[in-house]
Write a protein that binds this ligand. Structure first.
Ligand SMILES: NC(=O)c1ccc[n+]([C@@H]2O[C@H](COP(=O)([O-])OP(=O)(O)OC[C@H]3O[C@@H](n4cnc5c(N)ncnc54)[C@H](OP(=O)(O)O)[C@@H]3O)[C@@H](O)[C@H]2O)c1
Length: 381
């Protein structure tokens, strides 16, 4: 029986993870859950899964939940860390949106919990530090992101010297066929309409700007110890291949499946075993008469270049990139800025930032904080 905590259980990944767990009650048990503010759904999840511990960020909301349920309910960052490090937990599913997941992630690693990672922002912000901590504590990080899960599955036990490059595939997002000249006036409803995946709002906007691919390049670099020129983005609108790995002998392995996050989640929580799925999600090749690939349009989607630039500059720049993007996207969703302001404001934050090496977590947190404030000011102008 694997005992699991889900940080971000009320989000899109969290709900899918609970679906996976519920489909294998003989293998997985929920020990901890967490939400930011969705008391109603968390309350329902507590009733259904009876975890030992649950965390909601607001203290007041935690009190109201505690009165109603038997589960101990905690709050704030300390509460989140308590869930991530609970002695009964074997595996933590990190599914919180944003770099706020960084501290609980590092604490879970320090407590030697195995990690199933969805929260890419934490990894973008401090990938090198996170990997260092994971190596030191002998913790394995299994990616949930479908692309990284695909790469992880293709690499399997191959030594890194046999690896030539990885192809990170993506649908091209909901704006692939929308002319760039219309981007200024795009409403959130149009942007959130992803052709293949049902996801949380922030990642859906990232998929539309292609910042999601940029973040994924950074995530892949750290997760698989790759050089930047070993990662190539390929637009693949059918979303059948979730990524590919090319080896030095010229062989390429690809991972294919239906576009449903329950599959990479189940792989990550079941690892190292492959478990039979109970959702009937099998690929039917008769539905596809071709699989197509092309290069992303970097001019139309400047976020890609911004992500590459931040990664090349290194140090605190990726933290600035991520925080600027988080703030800009939330302001766009609140209709305070235009869609085209997102890359504009990120670019401004990056160009104004005085970078330094990210030697420890405080360097990262300072840069994250500085960038948020910078973009908040830009959004209010
Ligand atoms: N959705 C996907 O298919 C997908 C695929 C690959 C990777 N990912 C990654 O997985 C992560 C989660 O994505 P999602 O789509 O599931 O997001 P989501 O639907 O927005 O859910 C986010 C979760 O994090 C919680 N949360 C948000 N802000 C928080 C804060 N400040 N403190 C504590 N908890 C907070 C939310 O709680 P409330 O519900 O109470 O707000 C919710 O449980 C992201 O990093 C994303 O890039 C997602």
């Amino acid at each position: 029986m694997k005992r699991i905590a889900i940080l971000g259980s009320t989000g899109s990944i969290g709900v899918n993870a609970l679906d996976v767990i519920a489909s294998h009650k003989d293998r997985f048990r929920v020990v901890g859950l967490s939400a930011n503010s969705n008391t109603e759904l968390l309350s329902e999840q507590i009733r259904r899964f009876k975890p030992r511990l649950a965390c909601i960020m607001s203290r007041e909301k935690a009190r109201s939940l505690e009165k109603r349920r038997g589960t101990r309910v905690v709050s704030d960052m300390e509460g989140l860390i308590e869930v991530a490090t609970h002695p009964d937990v074997d595996l933590v599913i990190m599914a919180i949106m944003g770099s706020v997941s960084l501290i609980p992630l590092l604490e879970a690693i320090a407590a030697k919990k195995q990690i199933a990672l969805a929260s890419k922002e934490a990894f973008v912000t401090a990938g090198e530090l996170v990997m260092k901590a994971a190596r030191k504590n002998n913790v394995r990080i299994i990616p949930i992101d479908s692309e990284h899960s695909a790469i992880f599955q293709c690499i399997n036990t191959s030594p890194s010297k046999e690896l030539k490059k990885v192809y990170l595939t993506g649908t091209g997002g909901p704006l692939r066929n929308v002319p760039g000249k219309l981007f200024d006036g795009l409403e959130p409803e149009e942007v959130l309409n992803h052709p293949k995946w049902k996801m949380g709002k922030k990642i859906s906007v990232d998929s539309a700007t292609l910042m999601n691919k940029g973040l994924e390049v950074i995530e892949a670099k750290w997760l698989f110890s790759l050089a930047l020129d070993q990662i190539e983005i390929l637009v693949h609108p059918e979303a059948v291949i979730h990524s590919m790995v090319e080896f030095i002998d010229g062989s390429i392995l690809a991972q294919l499946s239906i576009t449903d996050m329950r599959l990479p989640i189940q792989y990550a929580v079941g690892y190292p075993e492959r478990i039979a799925q109970k959702f009937g999600l099998y690929l039917d090749f008769k539905k596809y008469d071709r699989l197509t690939f092309c290069q992303p349009d970097e001019k139309k989607f400047p976020c890609l270049d911004l992500a590459y630039g931040a990664l090349k500059q290194g140090g605190t720049f990726p933290a600035v990139l991520n925080a600027a993007n988080e703030v800009a996207v939330l302001n766009y969703l609140d209709r305070k800025i235009k869609f085209t302001d997102i890359p504009r404001f990120i670019e401004k934050a990056l160009s104004r930032h005085r970078g330094k090496p990210a030697n420890d977590i405080n360097d990262i947190l300072d840069a994250d904080c500085w960038s948020r404030e910078e973009v908040r000011k830009l959004c209010c102008q």
